[in-house]
Design a protein around this ligand. Sequence first.
Ligand code: TXA
Ligand code: MG
Length: 342
Amino acid sequence: MQTLRLCANDHSIKHAAGIIRAGGLVAFPTETVYGLGGNAFDGTAVEKIFEAKERPAWDPLIVHVSSREMLEALIAQVPAQFDNLFAAFMPGPLTLVVPKKNTVPSVVSAGRETVAVRFPANAVAQRLIAASGLPIAAPSANRFGHVSPTAAEHVLADLDGRIDAVVDGGRCEIGVESTVLDLSGAVPVILRQGAVTPKQLRKILGDVMLADPAAPFHPQEGLPSPGMMPRHYSPRTKLVLTEGREKALVGAIQERAKQRVGALIPSGWSICAAETFEWGSWGDWALLASRLYAGLRWLDEQKLDLIIAPLPSEEGLGGAIRERLLKASAGAMYPPLGGWRG
Ligand code: TXA
Ligand code: MG
């Protein structure tokens, strides 16, 4: 199959919407990362998403909408907190896990009674969904387990020839995936951190739990969110993390002087390594989030033995970056967390 590369004008978006209506797959930009979309009501189209990504069938998808009406048409019982969350964060980088209507095929939700729904803020995403007139099921447009795409080139690097089209809407502004909030239990649980932070959610909801990203992984039983696997969002090159200080990063690189090491380097840090990606100003977590995946993908192409990155604080989008880096490295810290004495 040849993958069409479409620009984001009205004509191309209409064409892309026609592909979705006909049961095909289109990758498109959102404000977080690119998604790989298909008609959420068409089980066969949704199965094709799993095949193209090589994603296991037990990992459910997010359904994207372009209006509140479309969103409510997917939900069996609208949760009590829904109005306040909608007013504060939608459209935007927040995904809600809610009880699903039977009209949503079970392949979308991997057999669960819940469905994950999101109303993206990105104008191209909204125009594509509206032009299709259908909710669009879309995971991130990467091969399963790999780094999520924040540009059309990243989508093609993983999926060229496996999908019908990609709509090129430029770089994704936020750069890490949406916050996933599970509203199906007694207490709301953040399954994945993102640009909508725990602090912002607590202001509206009061009690909110944070799922433990290090929780044991059981695909078939009791897994709060299948994306919470120990290794995810990963470059192919081994990744090691250090504490978020210049001295710790220098020490970790010096320790591996015999290897070809690449690093994500905060601006102004004086670091010597075989390949460096200038990440951005340390502490500007929003900027660092937007450049994280492009940096990991670029370093991954440099034929390195190892990639090293410093770990941000929990503040703002730092929490989401931390979570992604800890997953991408399967928790490999140098020295082990808390062990640095320098
Ligand atoms: O920003 C994003 O959320 C992007 C863009 C394209 O919208 N999408 C994305 O999709 O990151 P994906 O499939 O890569 O991640 C969706 C996450 C996974 O961890 C999945 O397991 C979880 O949401 N999820 C989906 N449905 C769920 C459900 N019913 N219950 C629990 N977790 C669910
Ligand atoms: Mg993903």
